[in-house]
Design a protein around this ligand. Structure first.
Ligand SMILES: [Zn+2]
Length: 64
């Protein structure tokens, strides 16, 4: 399951599939918080993106 891990909005759907399609396969747009969301495959790398201020989604379960 792909989920946003650092969105502050309680209204945010958090789920990658619920987001609006972006410019490419790795970006989408959350229409609730009006922010671009970046998909990062590697959960370790996602921390760096979060520190730089990005809204990040990553794959939470290995089984999916
Ligand atoms: Zn959001």
């Amino acid at each position: 399951m792909k989920q946003i891990i650092n969105c502050k909005s309680s209204e945010c759907p958090k789920e990658w599939v619920a987001l609006t399609e972006g410019d490419n396969a790795f970006t989408k747009f959350c229409h609730i918080c009006f922010k671009k969301v970046l998909f990062v495959e590697d959960a370790h790398l996602s921390e760096d993106y979060i520190k730089s201020g990005a809204i990040v989604a990553t794959r939470l379960a290995e089984s999916n």
